[in-house]
Ligand binder design. Structure first.
Ligand code: ATP
Length: 476
């Protein structure tokens, strides 16, 4: 069951087994910033690689780039981030704690019955859409919503707060320029639109994909790696002929949901949420939401961004950003469909889906295990190779198998402890297959393979191990 205990257990498990640590933990941590440990980094890389392959390798008309985090400051003026990338905030005068208004009201709504909550949230959406800050404050006051820290309803006015981090480039003495840490990777794609289109001789429709870090000074950062101040995005901008954006929007909505479901994740855990209040650049937008331990929340956004970005960059840079469409003999600024997924949120999704506490008790004895049932493709370690004993030539056979498999997928070798304990440790990090080398292996060249999910075991030829694992990680 999804609940707060599950989230706390997942966080504790991630720490204990080397997936995710609080940043700078020995200095008491840095709020809403996290480090990935040895298994977390592998898991994250596997998700990133899978996304990258599905976008670039599997589509003739999508190419990938890697733009810098720093960009010319005018980029953020043109994109609207300097003027619009802000959230309405409210401070509690007693605790001095700052809240995002929508989060404060949503948190309160969770304490209400369904009907009351729906009415409140509808009211909030309408006020947010109208940017009616006085109305939002009144809504908070009328509902007597209190600060979780001070317990009072002593609120300031609602104000906008820009989420971009800034720093200086060059020396201070030289009157250095203010630059921003990019709050999204998308703009690196837009400013390179012509470079890629020309050098790649790309024909519309085509896409440019990118993965990379983004930074947002989130005021209320909560939910583990769900909302971080430094995070990673995987974005793809798909450039289309004006007038065709609706059909491409529908196409990418479906294609992205299929990508999620192809990971083997239950369709019941996903839903679409269509935006009522559209961002300044969009003519249609929706989120793919996943049923996280805190409930349904956004993991990916699909936005029909019109020609807003390219048009605006053309205006601010003075450089022509049009495309000549030979099929219709026309110059135009392409329209754009964006798919934007947070890599860290995808990690959290995969962890939430995989994490299982299983009761294995029998009439004779109490037993349980914590297992991460990752799809094999995403598992940090695919195969654990375990010699039953540290002698009699068994480690040598195990090492040989390691050497055979290592170039193709990540393996783990362990000879300490009982086999049962070794299996449980592999369950806890989500290794789908364990192979045990025993004395029979020496006689008939077979091994015991143990399957993580069913915990069943069978004997298979030693020579079949590599191909068996390979089959489970080839999705295309
Ligand atoms: P939210 O409403 O949750 O703040 P958003 O609508 O601002 O998200 P987008 O700007 O559409 O998010 O960014 C695209 C994706 O980037 C999101 O779907 C999410 O997966 C990810 N993302 C955005 N902000 C964060 C963050 N602070 N921490 C981790 N991932 C994030």
């Amino acid at each position: 069951m999804a609940n707060d205990t599950t989230l706390q257990n997942i966080i504790a498990h991630c720490k204990e087994y080397g997936f995710i640590f609080q940043s700078s933990e020995i200095y008491d941590g840095l709020s809403a910033v996290y480090d990935y440990g040895q298994y977390g980094a592998e898991l994250k890389k596997n998700i990133r690689d899978h996304w990258w392959k599905s976008m670039t390798q599997m589509h003739d008309n999508i190419v990938g780039i890697d733009a810098a985090i720093f960009m010319h400051p005018t980029v953020w003026k043109a994109s609207g981030h300097v003027d619009n990338f802000s959230d309405p905030m409210i401070d509690n005068k007693d605790s001095k704690k700052r809240y995002r208004v929508d989060h404060l009201i949503e948190g309160y709504a969770e304490t209400l019955g369904k009907e009351e909550a729906d009415a409140l949230l509808q009211n909030m959406d309408a006020l947010l859409a109208a940017e009616d800050f006085a109305g939002l404050k009144k809504l908070i006051e009328d509902n007597k919503i209190k600060c979780g820290v001070s317990g009072t309803a002593n609120w300031t006015d609602v104000r906008q707060f820009n989420l971009m981090f800034s720093t200086e480039m060059g020396s201070v003495a030289d009157d250095a320029d203010k630059v921003y840490l990019r709050p999204e990777t998308a703009q690196g794609i837009f400013v390179n639109f012509l470079n890629v289109q020309k050098t790649g001789r790309m024909k519309i429709p085509f896409g440019i994909a990118q993965t990379g870090k983004a930074f947002r000074n989130e005021i209320v950062a909560r939910g583990f790696i769900f909302r971080m101040r430094e995070f990673e995005q995987m974005e793809m901008q798909f450039f289309v002929r004006p007038g065709t954006q609706k059909e491409w929007y529908e196409y990418w909505k479906e294609a992205r949901m299929k990508w999620h479901l192809d990971l083997g994740i239950s369709p019941d855990h996903y839903r679409f949420h269509d935006h009522v209040k559209l961002a300044h650049y969009a003519d249609a937008a929706c989120d793919i939401e996943y049923d996280f331990p805190m409930g349904f929340k956004e993991v990916e956004g699909i936005h029909s961004r019109t020609d807003f970005d390219l048009k605006s960059h053309q205006q601010y840079s003075g450089k022509k950003l049009t495309y000549f469409d030979t099929e219709i003999n026309q110059h135009y600024i392409p329209y754009v469909i964006e798919t934007s997924i947070g890599l860290d949120r995808a990690v959290m999704l995969v962890l939430s889906e995989a994490y299982k506490e299983e009761d294995l008790s029998t009439a004779e004895k109490q037993d349980s295990r914590v297992v991460l049932k990752f799809p094999p493709l995403l598992a940090p370690i695919k195969l654990a190779v375990l010699p039953l004993l540290k002698k009699d030539g068994l480690p040598e056979i195990a090492r040989e198998l390691m050497n055979e498999c290592r170039p193709y997928f990540k393996c783990f070798y362990e000879e300490k402890d009982t086999i049962g304990k070794r299996y449980r440790r592999q369950d806890a990090i989500g290794t789908p297959f364990c192979v045990t080398i025993d004395h029979q292996t020496k006689e008939d060249q077979t091994v015991t393979i143990r399957y993580r999910d069913s915990m069943t075991q069978e004997r298979i030829p030693l020579s079949a191990v590599k191909d068996m694992v390979m089959k489970t990680i080839q999705v295309y």
